[in-house]
Design a protein. Structure first.
Length: 58
């Protein structure tokens, strides 16, 4: 049987993330939004993207 080869790497992602976070809530429910100020990928190794996330915490 053939062996599958797996590629394990960091995919040129930045090791350090920094950014802004906004969070607002009422009682036990919060809504949040995160935005990274630095790029997602190492310079010259991928597209120019800034990560963001949003959601609800209960």
């Amino acid at each position: 049987m053939g062996r599958k080869s797996h590629y394990h790497d960091n995919y040129y992602l930045n090791n350090v993330r920094y950014g802004l976070r906004a969070q607002i809530g009422f009682r036990d429910t919060d809504i949040f939004f995160n935005y990274d100020l630095n790029g997602l990928f190492i310079d010259g190794k991928g597209p120019k993207l800034n990560a963001f996330s949003f959601g609800i915490t209960l």
